[in-house]
Design a protein around this ligand. Structure first.
Ligand code: GCW
Length: 709
């Protein structure tokens, strides 16, 4: 699509820091070269000369980047079998000596591998690691490392959304498609600096795809006019190895905007040629404009979105129909499993496994098991409720033996403080990925390597394809994520998507060094703030495993009392507060969600004596006087947790002050202002919650804890 690239104008984007100097690059190796020139120039404080691959002798101290195809030098310095081991997107970084010259080689099997290696090398420099005896070999554990960008929902990073002033009348979303109002002329196909800043950031983490629109999908994204805009974006992101995908609505074929190619409801039979033909034609049209288009994400029969069940079919029928339509084009379908129905189940968390489990297990005419097609991913969010600060793993992980399963994590902080609270979610992603499912075989024998990460990366069940998805926290805010520390969550997601076995503390250290300072005191202080921040949030919002206690709509403030209207979202559905105690009984005496887990977790969660205390109220209605590990009563412990959570935020606010001499004034002040709001809002969670629970417990606030404000 080279012609399209040429027509794109490139304007200065006001959202970016002055002088960010973004430019469109044409090739992936061009991107790698530019990163090195910019990165080395900045880090070493001097210009970096560039020579081409066929330059005869390598200068001492040079950095050579490429593939065996792009550079004969790579072939001469790196053994083919070493390179073969890192696969399509992996890389090697090596220190090499030739005669008197010592230089660094960054090699990939593909240009993208070389770009990833370049970023890894720059990260070593930026974090001040030794680079004189390098022998790095890396490859991603998961094949598709994706973002879902809900451009219209749960957006806390837009200049409008964050309440810090609109930018040229734009919506706050990162991508600007609108040609109306003040933003006209800045809309796609015009490529804004911030798209390139984003692309560079995502490529530096190895993220290789982005589904650009909300799962509550607007059919506009499938219209010809929009596809032309999407193609321009795809062209700009392509050198960075980032492919585009779209969320779609199951009934899009009936939208009159697609006339004359419009279907009627009666033509939506998933086994009919009309339905499949429509999706095939639309996908072909997209592919003609975007040759490397990834595929479609579908939220069906979920929260009012249409789906196959509206026409008498199940999720397998619907997913396979669209999958069959796009399979000849090499595209995938991500079918979300976020389904619930409190009118049918005594516990809405049970629905997903009940609907998807049997399809995964179904015996097929050829005797094999599992009905979902090979190019379908079931995309399952963690946790089973809805991205709460702490949830147990989704019981479907490890249970889908015959279906590709993608893990969906939330980076945007919908329930975790939005753009106000400093909550580093690396440890949460790590907890989920490293939780053992204790999956067993048909004889009840424990299987090896069945952590959630093993399931997602395919080593456990040998699924043909693997994917992990983060709901993005991108917007048009100057810093792209709204809160400066929101960037850490994007960084952590990307690093863990690349290698889920990484330690979230190490990730925090790297991010701090790359973002704030390499000064030891600053690194130690910021890392300490980050590492306790998620547990603190859990403590003052929803301690000891209590689910969703948010006020209606906004998902920021607490309101444990009943909402008018929706029963299955009302906090009382989850807290079950009464004079006996607090929490949702999901043990065998209650809804028995516990039974959806493999036996060992079933027993652990199902028994109040063995359930981890941080999930206590997720699985049990806990009597106020229940004795906790600390020796306190449940009531006393509960109050203590709320108080500890808030105290941690106070400590973060005070600690941040000590960094003033080391941090630039603008970012220092912006974070300071957020921490002040954070502290007040954390105290609000504690006070609102504890005062409400007190009405049920009838117990006093324990005296040895600091008084409520
Ligand atoms: O909990 C809900 C969110 C919705 C979201 C939905 C989902 C995009 O509040 O904003 O819809 O989850 O994941 O589909």
């Amino acid at each position: 699509n080279a012609d399209a690239t040429k027509v794109h104008r490139h304007t200065t984007d006001l959202a970016m820091a002055p002088g960010s100097g973004e430019k469109l690059v044409e090739t992936t190796l061009g991107a790698a070269r530019d990163e090195l020139v910019r990165g080395l120039g900045g880090l070493l404080g001097q210009p970096t000369p560039v020579t081409t691959a066929d330059a005869g002798t390598v200068p001492d101290g040079a950095v050579v980047v490429g593939t065996p195809t792009s550079s004969p030098l790579i072939g001469r310095t790196i053994a083919a079998r070493d390179l073969a081991k890192v696969g399509d997107e992996g890389f090697l970084v090596r220190s090499v000596s030739r005669g008197r010259a010592r230089f660094t080689v960054i090699a990939g099997n593909s240009d993208l591998g070389a770009l990833y290696g370049t970023f890894a090398f720059l990260r070593l420099l930026q974090t001040q690691k030794p680079i004189d005896h390098l022998r790095v070999a890396e490859s991603p554990k998961i094949k598709h490392r994706l973002l879902n960008n809900w451009e219209t929902e749960r957006l806390y990073a837009g200049n409008n959304a964050s309440g810090i002033g609109g930018l040229n009348g734009e919506s706050g979303a990162i991508f600007n498609f609108a040609a109306t109002g003040a933003s006209a002329g800045r809309n796609l196909p015009v490529i804004l600096d911030r798209y390139l800043v984003m692309a560079r950031a995502l490529a530096s983490l190895g993220i290789n795809g982005i589904t650009i629109n909300n799962v509550n999908a607007d059919n506009a994204y499938l219209t010809s006019a929009r596809i032309a805009q999407e193609a321009a974006l795809a062209d700009a992101l392509r050198p960075y190895g980032i492919r585009l995908g779209l969320s779609i609505r199951y009934t899009a074929p009936t939208d009159s905007r697609f006339a004359p190619d419009t279907l009627t409801n009666s033509q939506l039979d998933p086994y009919g040629a009309d339905f499949r033909g429509w999706w095939h034609r639309r996908a072909q049209q997209i592919q003609a404009a975007i040759p490397d288009f990834m595929g479609l994400t579908v939220k069906a029969n979920s929260e009012g979105q249409p789906g196959p069940q509206d026409f008498g079919y199940d999720h397998g029928d619907g997913a396979n129909a669209i999958a069959a339509a796009v399979a000849p084009l090499g595209m995938t379908v991500h079918w979300r499993t976020f389904v619930y129905n409190a009118e049918v189940d005594n516990d809405r968390l049970k629905r997903a496994y009940l609907e998807f489990g049997p399809i995964d297990d179904e015996v097929q005419p050829d005797g094999s098991r599992g009905r979902f097609a090979d190019n379908v991913f079931l995309q399952t969010k963690n946790g089973p409720l809805d991205f709460q600060a702490r949830e147990p793993i989704h019981p479907m992980f490890g249970r889908m033996e015959n279906t590709n399963q993608a893990l969906e994590l939330q980076i945007t902080q919908e329930y975790t403080g939005q753009n106000w609270m400093l909550a580093y979610l690396g440890p949460m992603y790590e907890e989920i990925l490293k939780t053992d499912t204790y999956a067993t075989d048909a004889n009840g024998k424990l299987l090896k390597k069945r952590l959630v990460g093993n399931i997602v990366d395919g080593t456990a069940q040998h699924h043909p394809d693997t994917a992990i998805v983060g709901v993005a926290n991108l917007g048009n805010a100057d810093n792209l994520t709204g809160h400066h520390f929101g960037q850490a969550n994007l960084f952590a997601f990307g690093r863990q998507a690349w290698d889920w076995t990484l330690d979230s503390t190490d990730i925090a250290t790297d991010w701090t060094r790359m973002t704030w300072s390499n000064d030891r005191r600053v690194v130690d202080t910021i890392r300490a703030m980050m590492m306790g921040s998620w547990e603190s949030l859990v403590s003052y919002q929803t301690p000891l495993g209590i689910g969703h206690q948010f006020a209606e709509g906004v998902h920021y403030r607490p309101d444990p009392a009943d909402w008018a209207g929706r029963d299955d979202w009302s906090p009382i559905y989850y807290n079950k507060a009464d004079s006996v105690g607090l929490g949702f009984d999901r043990s065998p005496t209650g809804s028995n969600l516990a039974a959806q887990y493999f036996p060992r977790l079933q027993q652990r969660y199902g028994n109040i004596k063995s359930v981890p205390e941080n999930l206590l109220m997720w699985f049990h209605h806990v009597p106020w006087g229940h004795r906790m590990d600390s020796g306190r009563t449940f009531w006393d412990e509960l109050v203590y947790r709320y108080q500890m959570g808030v105290q941690y935020v106070t400590w973060m606010r005070e600690t941040w002050e000590t960094l003033q001499p080391d941090i630039d004034a603008r970012r220092f002040t912006e974070v300071r202002a957020k921490l002040a709001v954070h502290e007040a809002d954390a105290a609000d969670w504690r006070d609102t919650s504890v005062n409400y629970w007190k009405e049920f417990s009838g117990r006093d606030i324990p005296v040895d804890d600091a008084p409520l404000s």
